[in-house]
Design a binder for this molecule. Structure first.
Ligand code: ADP
Length: 481
């Protein structure tokens, strides 16, 4: 069992109170974690603010060495990180590998972002005036990270703002304080990032608000960088509005996968199984609904149901396991309740529909009535709704009918047609002849509508810097008074 401490100003800081970080599969204690307080958050903001000027001015070459060293350490510690992800978040080895690879690539790419151009020269109409739009870091960015893609999302929360010269206070989810936070701090310390550049404050379940209060009340904190549910994102956006702070929100989704009649059905089945059931559907980009053109609907759903039955659920520490547990018993209850309610309202279970210990079996529902919650709201579990459509236009209309807009996939063998349809879908990400779950550090992942705003990767420069219009003028005179 690990005994964690918080990471503030380059030092490991304990707490009088600790809470248990639980293994979702075994229900054993993985770690004892400090129940941090608002005072800890205040010290973390102080440290980040103090570290900001030197970090902002550190030459790109020196930043680069640090990010590259961190990437090497993540790679070196991959087996340990995989084991921790399994123990703390129930993550099976396939998704752990994806998270680690993406984190390493992000760190290597971001090592170069300090070299990106920092502005533009813009012509002024005032003779002799030389005008620039200069990108400057914001200051302290407060990161709030979730438990589900604990490693990849924590690294993204930290690396994007740091790369442009901001400093960070990270508040990981109480569901994964180690892999979504303290492990990142350990690795950055090992990579010799200066003290205060990253600070991590942990808190007991249900005690996020006092930490967030400190973020909103402190003028040094210029941006809230959040990945999590749309419900919490809305609360944070309202608070950010009142405090006139920026916020970047990567929120939930209700992601459609469209299967057109011309699709390669073997491929479509594999794509749908992956999109719906990878990491037990606990990914913001997981497919929630598959919209299938009527001529191939029956064959497709039969094959997908058969495929779903082959996905082995169980111990995430076992490399053969594809479907790990849901993160908490409460999450399992929520998924079961959503499925049971839909069934009570007339939905048909094509496969699954029951729990298997702390796991939920891959589930496909058909004939789900429009009133059922699961018909339009994200159920964060391995549950897919299958729905036939008359044509591609109807599929696009249904895809656009939700309040979310994160990711969509269109499986077709006619890429040109798929591309034209994709451009009609209101989502931040659309994959043609591919499914909904993907992440590459250089690509702008993010949502529209209730899925949030802001983009990851190099495009996040707009989120984590501000432009200063700065001029120099040769000559004098010319004012009207
Ligand atoms: P989930 O229910 O999947 O954990 P949340 O959106 O509630 O998703 O959690 C994502 C992150 O937001 C976590 O770090 C959590 O501690 C944090 N969080 C939850 N509620 C609040 C809140 N009211 N203020 C600030 N952070 C919060």
């Amino acid at each position: 069992m690990r005994a964690y401490k918080q990471y503030i100003d380059g030092a490991w800081v304990g707490s009088d109170r600790l809470f248990d970080d639980l293994d979702p599969y075994r229900a054993t204690v993985v770690a004892r974690v400090p129940a941090g307080t608002r005072a800890d958050a205040a010290r973390a903001v102080d440290a980040a603010a103090a570290a900001f000027p030197a970090w902002a001015d550190l030459p790109p070459a020196e930043k680069q060495v640090l990010f590259l060293r961190a990437a090497d350490i993540v790679e070196k510690r991959a087996a340990e990180i995989t084991a921790l992800l399994a123990a703390e978040t129930g993550c099976a080895s396939g998704f752990a590998g994806f998270q680690i690879l993406t984190a390493v690539r992000l760190l290597r790419q971001a090592s170069n972002w300090a070299y990106l151009p920092v502005g533009e020269v813009i012509r002024s109409d005032i003779p002799g005036t030389f005008a620039l739009a200069l990108r400057r870091p914001l200051g302290v960015v407060a990161g709030i990270s979730p438990w589900n893609g604990a490693q990849v999302l924590a690294w993204r929360t930290v690396v994007n703002p740091l790369a442009y010269g901001n400093t960070v206070v990270l508040k990981p989810s109480e569901g994964a304080p180690g892999t979504a936070g303290l492990l990142v701090a350990e690795i950055m310390e090992e990579a010799w990032f200066p003290p205060g550049v990253l600070n991590v404050v942990t808190h007991a379940p249900g005690e996020a608000v006092p930490i967030a209060d400190e973020f909103f009340d402190r003028p040094e904190v210029r941006c809230i960088n959040f990945t999590g549910s749309s419900a919490t994102g809305r609360i944070l956006a309202e608070r950010a509005g009142r405090a006139l702070k920026r916020c970047v929100l990567e929120l939930g989704g209700y992601n459609p996968l469209i299967v057109l009649a011309d699709a390669d059905l073997d491929y479509a089945v594999e794509a749908a199984a992956f999109a719906a059931f990878f990491h037990s559907g606990q990914i913001c980009m997981s497919a929630r609904k598959v919209l299938v053109e009527r001529p191939v609907y029956d064959v497709f759903v039969d094959r997908l149901a058969a495929r779903a039955q082959t996905l082995r659920s169980g111990d995430p520490a076992d490399p053969g396991t594809l479907i790990g547990p849901l993160i908490t018993p409460a999450a399992l209850d929520r998924v079961a309740r959503d499925v049971d309610d839909a069934v009570a309202a007339g939905a048909k279970v094509l496969v699954g529909g029951t729990a298997d210990g702390p796991c939920y079996r891959p589930t496909i529902l058909a004939d789900v009535p429009a009133g059922a919650r699961i018909h339009s709201e994200e159920t964060f579990g391995p549950v897919l709704i299958a729905q036939p459509v008359s044509d591609a236009d109807e599929a696009v209309a249904i895809a656009n009918s939700t309040r979310y807009g994160l990711s969509a996939g269109i499986i077709t063998s006619d890429n040109q047609r798929g591309f034209a349809l994709g451009r009609r879908i209101d989502a931040g990400v659309v994959h043609v002849n591919d499914q909904t779950v993907a992440d590459e550090p250089q690509l702008p992942l993010g949502g529209v509508k209730d899925s949030g705003w802001g983009r990851s990767g190099p495009h996040s420069v707009a989120d984590f810097t501000e432009l200063q219009w700065i001029t120099t003028r040769e000559g004098t005179g010319g004012y009207p008074i």
